[in-house]
Design a protein around this ligand. Sequence first.
Ligand code: 13P
Length: 250
Amino acid sequence: MTRMPFLAGNWKMFKTGSEAAEYVEKFKSLIADVKDRQTALAVPATALYQAVAAARGSDLIIGAQNLHWEKEGAFTGEISAPMISAAGASMVIIGHSERRQYFGDDDSAVAKKMAAALLEGLLAVVCVGESLKDRESGQTIDVLAKQLRGALTGFNPAWTQKLVLAYEPVWAIGTGKTATADEAQQSHAFIRSEVASLLGGQAADSLRILYGGSVKPDNAASLMAQPDIDGLLVGGASLQIESFVKIVRY
Ligand code: 13P
């Protein structure tokens, strides 16, 4: 099974709508010849419309960074899956460690958000990853297994094509400390084996698993050379066009 490489930027809380439009216009022309891999940008909710408008005419996927599982309701400050797709976006990140750490997104919230996104037809990028404490106490595998079980409970096999997983070790995010390609590969292989036991071998074989955590132009190629790393979820290095283009062209 060949899995199309997926290179996604997560801008976090950076860039206004007009900054997003300017970036996307330039970025899409710089990668117009790239046809053998998919590219995506998860932008702040306030920049969705402008990013989508700027991406028109290209294959660049625009997505949100979070959503609420209800379609609408009295949930001040939240946005829903139908709102994201009405803005023209087609992807959403779910369960990012910053959401888990600062906003209380637990495994059950992640499962509900994932179902809401997939029912809407959005591409759901579901993040898992251990903390430094988990890793140092030898809990990496247990934490990943628990997060995967939590997220994939109630998963409908028909959704497989729209699911992407991202392995983001918390200790490697924004710290400049990347997991070595070997460390990342070990976790990715474990995640794929867990997906096989939860969703079946075929799903595990076709599912893309991205690595995230201090990805830079100079480590992208060695990460992408690993058999179970199918893409990259890039934070800081996606904010500058030049470095993200280099990563896309790893
Ligand atoms: P950095 O690439 O800045 O470490 O962030 C990774 C990340 O959290 C992507 O979602």
